[in-house]
Design a protein around this ligand. Structure first.
Ligand code: MCA
Ligand code: AMP
Length: 504
């Protein structure tokens, strides 16, 4: 059932709690503050710019911009106008941009000047418009324009997040206005976020973590967001003195505990440290607890396709090494390889199964792709392996999907292998990309290469070749030669064998 109404629009929800004069953003780099009232007006000015393109309703708008307040205005203007926002990583290279344009077929691509200048060399067959917000729109406070929030259907797509998905190439997870609204209601309540809160924002804004949680949840709660371009311990930690919530990936916590000045005093007024996007090791949790004099990081779990689904309790007992229990809008199940549910039995840890979920925050589906990740009963299959612990909390214990998690970013081996093989193809015969443990990043990307020629290419040349084509985090940190790749009877590369021999 659809219901067309501007109250369905996520933007309305984002701005409904705050007092107009309350501070929406603090921008430490620019030493500026911005009230909710000003935020709405600048968003309207960007909305007016977008309207000049006269795009059809519900157009997809691909945005590849650096993290800053202007990018946030643009994101919000897109949503306010009922278009679909597709935010992508500004460090994506040519190969990646070409893919997103082809797959998303946006009506408008908003990018930096640098990308726009090379656009015709990078992208073939694009019929949409191009916009570069070189000159930030100046704030007109005296004579503001008001742009109506667009009415949308309950299940209209607000955002498409490209994610490695559970199999194959990057896919666009279609997230509806209703998905986000359900998530915001759950999390505001779970973590008791309100107008008094000040959130540190040091995450990228093109992923669910930095977008739906750190940004949308902050605004929806009427709180203040201290916006940083990136995470740098020395820059961010002093702001803990006047902030209440920090959201980070485990790598950020590793860096905090390794920073000599990080201690109980440095925690300042933070009341809640949240972690997600990658497994938080027990060691990181315990070291953080010790060096802060008793702060327990609250670990939660989610996916681009489902938003956040499980979390340790805010007030109850946080169980170390687990990702907690389902949020109110979500049902979860564990299933064995035959599809049979693995039930929780009080007092004993369960067998391991694939985590599946269903509920209000689960995406509508993948853009243009068959919904291969849903089973016949509509459960979304996460590709993560999990078990119930003896108290009924979920422990993530591994992955079925071949995905590496490096500093919270996801790397799909096949994508990197494909680009490596396009390097002077007569030189590199085979390649296998895999992840190995890393104390800072959790996992780091490694490549094993086969080349039988006597003169082998130089690893630095391969790295340079990859640099313009792939985002930096996907580029292997280490390469090595191997005579042949280990394969199973089906001819499939055994990454686990490579992993074991590399880690010995
Ligand atoms: C940067 N580099 C990396 C990574 N990040 N290499 C491997 N893994 C990484 N994660 C490389 C750059 O390409 C560059 O290489 C060099 O490191 C320095 O770059 P810089 O930007 O200075 O890196 P950094 O500041 O040290 O970044 C580390 C970081 C960052 C802060 C941990 O990776 C980060 O913000 N990660 C968060 C990812 C995230 O938000 N994931 C959420 C998705 P070179 O010098 O060679 O060019 S998951 C999600 O949304 C779900 C729903 C969930 O559950 O949350
Ligand atoms: P993404 O594809 O970027 O949305 O990332 C989703 C994936 O991140 C999940 O399928 C998990 O593999 C991983 N993930 C997120 N949170 C956690 C967590 N707390 N512990 C372990 N893995 C996590």
């Amino acid at each position: 059932m659809t219901h067309n109404n501007s109250d369905n629009n996520l933007y309305k929800h984002l701005l409904k709690t705050a007092q107009p004069k309350a501070i929406a953003f603090e921008l430490p780099d620019e030493q500026q503050i911005l009230s909710y009232h000003q935020l709405n007006h600048v968003v309207d000015q960007y909305a007016r710019v977008l309207l000049q393109f006269q795009l059809p309703e519900q157009s997809r708008i691909l945005v590849q911009l650096e993290k800053n307040i202007t990018t946030i205005y643009i994101y919000l203007a897109v949503i306010k106008l009922g278009y679909t926002l597709i935010p992508i990583n500004p460090s994506y290279g040519h190969t990646e941009i070409q893919y997103f344009i082809e797959d998303a077929e946006p009506a408008l691509f908003i990018c930096t000047d640098a990308v726009a200048k090379q656009f015709n060399q990078i992208v073939k067959n694009y019929n949409g418009a191009l916009y570069t917000p070189e000159q930030p729109v100046t704030l007109v406070v005296d004579n503001p324009i008001n742009i109506e929030t667009k009415s949308v259907d309950v299940d209209a797509i607000a955002v498409i997040i490209y994610t490695s998905g559970t199999t194959g190439k990057s896919k666009g997870a279609m997230l509806t206005h209703a998905n986000f609204i359900a998530q915001l209601i759950d999390l505001k309540h779970a973590w008791k976020i309100n107008e008094q809160d000040v959130l540190i924002h040091a995450l990228p804004i093109f992923h669910v973590h930095g977008l739906a949680l750190n940004l949308f949840l902050g605004l929806y709660s009427g709180a203040t967001i201290k916006l940083f371009k990136r995470f740098d311990c020395d820059e961010v930690v002093p702001h803990f003195q006047k902030a209440t919530i920090f959201m980070g990936v485990p790598t950020m916590y590793n860096r905090l505990i390794n920073s000599p000045s990080f201690n109980r005093t440095a925690v300042g007024s933070i009341r809640l440290f949240l972690s997600g996007s990658a497994p938080l090791s027990i060691q990181t949790f315990e070291t953080f607890y010790t060096c802060t004099g008793g702060y327990e990081i609250l670990e939660r779990y989610g996916m681009s396709e489902t938003l956040i689904t499980l979390a340790n309790p805010y007030e109850g007992h946080r169980r170390i090494g687990t990702v907690g229990i389902p949020l109110p809008s979500i049902n979860i199940n564990l299933i064995d390889p035959t599809g049979t549910p693995i039930n929780f039995l009080a007092g004993q840890p369960s067998n391991i199964g694939e985590l599946v979920c269903k509920g209000k925050t689960v995406m509508k589906g993948y853009w243009k792709k068959q919904d291969i990740s849903f089973d016949e009963n509509g459960w979304f299959k996460t590709g993560d392996l999990a078990m119930w612990d003896e108290k009924g909390y979920i422990k993530i214990v591994g992955r079925i999907k071949e995905m590496i998690i490096s500093g919270g970013y996801k790397v799909y081996p096949q994508e990197v292998e494909h680009v490596i093989l396009s390097f002077e193809s007569h030189h590199i015969e085979e390649v296998a990309v895999f992840g190995v443990p890393d104390t800072d990043l959790g996992e780091r990307v490694i490549a094993a290469l086969v080349c039988n020629a006597t003169e082998k290419p130089n690893f630095e040349d391969i790295k340079c070749f990859l640099k313009g084509k792939l985002a930096g985090y996907k580029i292997p940190k280490h390469f090595f030669w191997i005579n042949e790749l280990p394969k199973n009877a089906m001819g499939k590369v055994q990454r686990n064998v490579l992993y074991s021999s590399y880690c010995l």
